[in-house]
Design a binder for this molecule. Sequence first.
Ligand SMILES: *[C@@H]1O[C@H](CO)[C@@H](O)[C@H](O)[C@H]1NC(C)=O
Ligand SMILES: *[C@@H]1O[C@H](CO)[C@@H](O)[C@H](O)[C@H]1NC(C)=O
Ligand SMILES: *[C@@H]1O[C@H](CO)[C@@H](O)[C@H](O)[C@H]1NC(C)=O
Length: 498
Amino acid sequence: MFIGDIPVLIFLSWLLRAGRGQDLHGRFPFPFSQSDVKALNNALEATSDVETKNTQPRLLEGDAGFFDDECGAQTNCGDCTSKKSHFGQPCRWCPLTSGNTCYSYGDQNNPCSSEEQQTEPDQCAPLSEVRKPVVILPGLIGTGLDAKLTDKKDKVNHLCSTSSDDFFQIWISVPQLLPVVYECTMSEWELKYDYETEEVTDNDGVEIRTHGGEANYGASVDAVMGWEQIAHALQAKGYELGVDLFSAPFDFRMGRKQFHDYDYPKLKDLIEEAYVNSGEQKVVLASISYGAPFGQNFLVEFVDDDWKAKYIDSWISMSGVFNGAPMVVRQLITGMPGYGIPWVDTKVLRDSMRNWPALAWLVPGLIEGGDDRVVTYTESHNYTLSEVSKLLADGGALEASDMINKSEGALTDADPGVKVYCWYTNNIPTEFAYAAKDATAEPAIIYGVGDGTGDLHSLNRCDDWEEVEVTHFDGLAHSAFMGNETVTDMLVELVTTA
Ligand SMILES: *[C@@H]1O[C@H](CO)[C@@H](O)[C@H](O)[C@H]1NC(C)=O
Ligand SMILES: *[C@@H]1O[C@H](CO)[C@@H](O)[C@H](O)[C@H]1NC(C)=O
Ligand SMILES: *[C@@H]1O[C@H](CO)[C@@H](O)[C@H](O)[C@H]1NC(C)=O
């Protein structure tokens, strides 16, 4: 997301801190098996970092097992309210039929809206008569990735495979992120950049696809991560995959050029399909984080006004980083610590992402008529937004610098020309600028406000658009929009209201 943001591992920490109940609750259907969870638990046990241990989720404890939380184990709905799930959230339920099983919010079997569950626990919500088709646009690191290896030469360490019979999931997969093994994953998702053609390719001997490949594109939400609660809440209202609920997973390492070549034609077809399958209803796009530049560029550059008028109802953008995030600059130059995962080497992580067009695209730039503010203060030079590619080159991130120098389509604040619901948080301290001895040095951080990942100057690019309804959130962190019931209910309300 940027579901989880830059750096990648904020997302992981979001997953790993689930037990604290803030950002995540209900049943997050991890793509992890029980043995994966055990393996992670053992690995964490082996770390000496007390702080890390203390923030680990409870889901790793006890014999009850991750999947059998107390809500799930309850059989008497009358008792259910007083119990808490592993995530510290109240059980919520409503039997679809006459069954007497409890379900938690977001469970596919639960057709209730959260409001009704809170007030009238035994009542089922009716299906909604209005169901505008929804197409999900995920964020950075918000799509699963699979790798297939064929005689991979630059084997990073003795635990890395060199060949695989088929695709296997590398993101997000706990076994693939364990100590030492994670280096294999980082090498697998690295890209090679060709300065001549500006093309990127997978590392030698590696083929990457979005999780499940084409089978999970469109009439599936299996490759997009973090959207489970929203998807289930919509299904509870009568939404069906392939009829009025779709997702558009994309390889989040990529940027504008690759989107135009590969993803946008697919997205255009998908939106047309959603329109047809839902009985010629206009489509609502729902995005998080990096899904914002992904969606905005599509609407501004790839489709015309007639097409938008015919196919698009509106766009719900959550935590949209329309002008990237300053912390991307830090990630590219010195790297950011691997939050939540003590064994991840900052430089290994940084190097693995340095050739991602996504990061180059998410470096904040000078927007026409905007303030050419300083991004990094150094002893010899203060680098402003318009000099950010020089900053990157001086800081050693040459490929990203080159991509920015050559790209014709930097992020803009161009109006996408559709009705937009722009939801973001504007009051959390957020990295805004840096001060360092020189461009390569570990910087001190100067904070501004935003959502903890994207700064306000990026999030608020939508404010002046023609048809926009801006909603500010109070203290809701960037990726916490996913899995927040208030947000889910707002979204469901919008798409089920004529
Ligand atoms: C950078 O900006 C600061 C604050 O405006 C200023 O004091 C300093 O002299 C500038 N440094 C350079 C090298 O221009
Ligand atoms: C990109 O342009 C800047 C400013 O002109 C320059 O300093 C930098 O070296 C260039 N980057 C590369 C990789 O050539
Ligand atoms: C969800 O978001 C709302 C609105 O910002 C906030 O009041 C609430 O505390 C959030 N819920 C959780 C569990 O964080």
